[in-house]
Design a protein around this ligand. Structure first.
Ligand code: HEM
Length: 532
């Protein structure tokens, strides 16, 4: 007779058989691709790599052991070969972002999340929310924001003088660069500094809140269905509140305040033309754009635009300080420019520094060595599959494939045997063919200093290049903003202060999709004479 015990026994048997079948299927589907054994069976291994904060090093080591194409999960393949960039990140639609990015949609509370240009996977929605604001990020428009950056530089220098240059107290340059990058984006976007520079600290725990969010979200990117269930489902929300993300709440408050000011006929921001005033106008003039777009655009600026630039700036400074010869050469380049042409003090103008070869080389090298996002940029293989790598590896439709820029940018056959080292010279004095190969492997804005966003897209079509600023359709929207900030801050600091790195071994980096750098202790001294 068929008893309850038999029923339970056969149900468990069926379940076990199903799980075994799933594991075997998952294993065999991409069995031709090498990788660690557990990674072939479960995503838990790659999740644990991310949780360690050292996934960039683990990914790099895995590629050194297994080759250019490595299996990181049952359905996830990582590629380290820059030649695959045009295949994985094409300009044409139809090679969409993977579920990884769904995890990076901020919680709005009540089990919901906000799409933004960066994280939306829906290509039609992406076009709808990116196209109206793209012209604001063209080089021509971004350059109208130069006075905003100078305002922040002014505050920063006042503070550096008062707190460190006079007293010779130790300055954590990593922290101050971060304050600068955040206060610039606050000023450009909202005509508001968060006060990090004035107070010399993380006001309202904003930076801690972002970092806590990234530490929780980054491991989830490796198992996105769990994030959906745990954080972004209205069903789960009935049992556990999903709180909402502090930065999103702040952004909403900023927008509400601005709307109130505008209805109270205070037009001062509109004449100042910060980015929020432009976003509000665009939203008003285009009723077909989703009503949450202004929130999404403002959130992107505040969140994605600040940490990214600060990581690269910090990499530049760490390396200049650790390699004094390169710092000396950059300083000499600035002085030469001053002697042969002109250089505005204390803050050189964009036009004066936008085409300095050694400065460009340092920026390129920093973005190459420590890109701000250091996990594979995941995409989903379209119908028909793809073939990649020097060994023509086939990836079937539906496979998740991505390149981690930290790994691809260290590809020795492309960048040389010293690819792990800081060497700005690798960008200079190359023959045409070598230079082109490197440019096609790492897109750098400074290679195209005077062209606008549309032109870059067209150029990319030809070169099909890039990964530090993204590549193909999803290339970084804010790269001109980032270049403006970097080319304003680096020369200004170098011309006005002398730096002494205290203990290089204390410098720390952690990777939770965003990089976090800390403990860059320096002593600073005002330069004795303006032109010495
Ligand atoms: C040195 C600084 C920066 C670097 C290296 C950088 C890098 C990147 C990369 C690699 C991507 C593509 C990521 C992916 O495909 O998953 C990206 C996308 C994006 N970045 Fe940046 N970024 C920087 C600064 C900025 C700034 C300052 C802003 C805003 C003002 C910004 C806004 C965006 C947006 C909106 C996207 C999404 C574009 C899309 O999906 O169409 N970024 N960035």
């Amino acid at each position: 007779m068929y008893t309850t015990q038999n029923f339970i026994g056969s149900t468990i048997g069926l379940l076990v058989a199903y799980v075994v079948w799933c594991l075997v299927y998952a294993y065999w589907r991409l069995a031709h691709i090498p990788g660690p054994l557990f990674a072939r069976l479960t995503n838990l291994q790659r999740m644990s790599w991310v949780k360690s904060g050292r996934s960039h090093e683990i990914h790099h080591a895995a590629h050194q052991k297994y080759g250019d194409v490595v299996r990181f999960g049952p359905n996830m393949v990582s590629v380290a070969y820059p030649g695959a960039i045009p295949t994985i990140y094409p300009m044409r639609p139809g090679f969409p972002k993977g579920d990884f990015y769904r995890t990076l949609m901020p919680y709005t509370g009540k089990g919901k999340s906000l799409p933004a240009i960066f994280n939306t996977r829906d290509e039609a929605l992406h076009k709808k929310i990116k196209s109206p604001v793209a012209p604001l990020f063209s080089l021509t428009n971004v350059l109208t924001l130069e006075p905003f950056v100078e305002r922040v530089l002014h505050v920063m220098f006042e503070q550096l003088d008062a707190r460190f240059a006079e007293s010779r107290d130790t300055c954590d340059l990593a922290a101050w660069i971060k304050y600068f990058a955040f206060d610039v984006m606050g000023t450009l976007t909202l005509s508001k500094r968060y006060g990090f520079l004035e107070e010399g600290k993380d006001v309202n725990n904003m930076l801690v809140s972002i970092w806590d969010y990234m530490k929780a979200a980054a491991p989830m990117t490796q198992i996105p269905w769990f994030d959906e269930l745990w954080n972004k489902s209205s069903w789960t929300n009935m049992f556990r509140g999903t709180g909402g993300f502090l930065i999103l709440k702040l952004v909403r408050e900023f927008i509400e305040d601005r709307e109130k000011e505008n209805t109270e006929a205070s037009q001062q921001h509109l004449t100042d033309r910060d980015m929020l005033s432009r976003f509000l106008e665009i939203q008003k003039e285009n009723p077909s754009i989703p009503p949450w777009s202004t929130t999404a655009w403002t959130f992107s600026n505040v969140f994605a635009g600040s940490d990214s630039t600060s990581v690269v700036l910090c990499t530049i400074w760490y390396n200049l300080l650790a390699h004094q010869g390169t710092m000396g050469r950059l300083y000499a380049e600035l002085i030469e420019r001053e002697q042969n042409h002109s250089l505005t003090r204390p803050f050189p103008k964009w036009d004066e520094v936008s085409e300095l070869p050694y400065l460009d080389a340092c920026i390129n090298e920093a973005v190459r060595l420590h890109p701000p996002f250091c996990l594979p940029f995941e995409r989903v293989v379209p119908p028909g599959g793809i073939t990649i790598g020097t060994e023509s590896v086939y990836l079937p439709e539906g496979t998740v494939v991505g390149m981690n820029p930290y790994v691809a940018n260290r590809h020795k056959p492309t960048f040389g045997e010293d690819a792990d080292e800081w060497n700005p010279d690798r960008w200079l004095g190359r023959d045409e063919q070598q230079r082109k190969k490197m440019e096609q492997s790492v897109l750098t804005v400074s290679s195209f200093p005077s062209i606008n966003l549309m032109e870059i897209s067209t150029r990319q079509n030809i070169l099909t290049v890039g990964n530090q600023f993204g590549a193909g359709r999803r290339v970084c929207l804010g790269k001109h903003v980032a270049m403006l900030e970097m080319k304003k801050l680096v020369p200004a600091l170098l011309l006005n202060y002398e730096f002494q790195l205290l203990d290089r071994s204390r410098f720390r980096v952690e990777n939770f999709w965003f990089f976090q750098q800390r403990d860059l202790g320096v002593k600073i001294k005002k330069r004795a004479s303006l032109s010495s």
